[in-house]
Design a protein. Structure first.
Length: 85
């Protein structure tokens, strides 16, 4: 019997991204700066459901945003595992 090893991709945080501590619901938290304003958003992975989210208004309303796309993460509430560097 062979065991299939799943290759987990590596996600490199953007230059200057600040890592944040986990909280009750979210892990792998880090800040990302908006490309169009001085705002800073938080990207993180949900601890139980394993999907990624963003603190920006677009993600809160539509569960999709350019910040997740920019760092190479799927939008929506799709579980997705990465090695975060």
């Amino acid at each position: 019997m062979s065991i299939k090893v799943q290759n987990i991709p590596t996600l490199y945080k953007p230059r200057g991204a600040v890592s944040l501590p986990d909280n009750r619901d979210w892990t792998n938290r880090f800040e990302i700066r908006s490309e169009t304003s001085d705002r800073i958003y938080i990207i993180a992975q949900h601890i139980n459901h394993r999907h990624w989210g963003c603190s920006c208004p677009a993600w809160k309303i539509r569960r999709s945003c350019k910040h997740l796309k920019t760092v190479g993460l799927p939008t929506g509430e799709v579980p997705y595992e990465v090695n975060l560097k």
